[in-house]
Ligand binder design. Structure first.
Ligand code: NAP
Length: 288
């Protein structure tokens, strides 16, 4: 890869970003497609200085950013425009610098729904329990509601944040039953009726922890799908538990690739083939 004055720069803003596969995936794709683009990690530790980061980003005339934990929500007030979906979700995972303006989008929700469709699962009429109420959870929950989910049960460490998201759901999608429970045994009876359990917290990235106790998890029907949005590691303790107990499981990699495809569509207006993104992910995981 030759970097020169014409190189289009994109990257990922978050903290930490070491776990992210996006730089390796995108740079692999750029090289294969012979594009003069470069994808950089931007680990940025100071939440209170995020507006300063974005101002500098604007001045440097880069093309765009992916945004990850913990900034999906934090960046919103500092953008010039935000897409309708990202505004309702109050979460941006893609920024495009266009004609000097920072425009925020959200491709997480679409990526999540399309990853379900890839394994033949439709959200329509389903009962879904979502663990977490952060940026990723909010995009997922709104997409589930848009797709016609029947009931969405939110379980978040900070209950008020779950309540706030449930209130948004109730006002925007009155046909969807929105409930809030604690990340505890209180979740059990609701879990017993769930078709899909989604982990939208980072719990499990350490390869040790599960977001719910095993004793609570056992309430989940044997036919349900356990979806962990984490992709590093590919098999979290939650997914291992699902596999060991005969439940269907899905990790966050397909969603990562689909939201990456959506990100490039925002920046360049054209599509990267999923086959190439999968090949890039395989190479990234092997450390090539
Ligand atoms: P975020 O905005 O920082 O939200 C994190 C959420 O997890 C919050 O609801 C937080 O609860 C909860 N949480 C954090 N630590 C916890 C703990 N120790 N115990 C219980 N709950 C905890 O992060 P995010 O952007 O939504 O990302 C969440 C996860 O999804 C990350 O693992 C991320 O890598 C993954 N993700 C994957 C994809 C993909 O494409 N596969 C896309 C987006 C995100 P509080 O409200 O109490 O703080």
């Amino acid at each position: 890869m030759i970097i020169n004055s014409k190189t289009k720069i994109v990257g990922i803003l978050g903290y930490p970003v070491e776990h992210s596969l996006s730089p390796a995936i995108f740079n692999y794709v750029f090289e294969k497609l012979n594009l003069n683009w470069c994808y950089l990690p931007f680990p940025f530790p100071s939440t209170h200085k995020i507006s300063y980061f974005l101002e500098c980003f604007k001045e440097l005339n880069f093309v765009g950013l992916n945004v990850t934990m913990p900034y999906k929500e934090v960046v919103v007030p500092f953008l010039d425009e935000v897409s309708a979906f990202a505004r309702i979700a109050e979460a941006v995972n893609v920024i495009h610098l266009q004609d000097g303006a920072l425009i925020g989008y959200n491709t997480d929700g679409r990526g999540f729904i399309d990853s379900l469709k890839e394994v033949g699962v439709r959200a329509e009429g389903k009962t879904v329990m979502v663990l977490g109420a952060g940026g990723a959870a909010r995009a997922v929950v709104l997409s589930l509601a848009m797709e016609g989910a029947k009931r969405i049960v939110l379980a978040n460490r900070t209950r008020e944040r779950g309540e706030k998201l449930a209130a948004v759901l109730r006002s925007r999608f009155p046909k969807v039953e929105a409930l809030v429970v604690d990340l505890s045994a209180e979740a059990k009876p609701y879990l017993a009726e769930a078709d899909i359990l989604v982990n939208a917290t980072p719990v499990g990235m350490d390869g040790i922890s599960k977001p719910l106790d095993e004793e609570v998890l056992t309430a989940l029907p044997a036919s349900s799908l356990v979806y962990d949005m984490i992709y590093s590691p590919l098999e979290t303790p939650l997914l291992k538990w699902a596999k060991d107990t005969g439940r269907k499981s899905l990790n966050g990699l397909p969603m990562l690739l689909l939201q990456a495809q959506g990100s490039f569509q925002v920046w360049e207006g054209s599509e990267i083939e999923l086959k190439l993104l999968r090949e890039a992910a395989e190479a990234a995981l092997k450390g090539i």
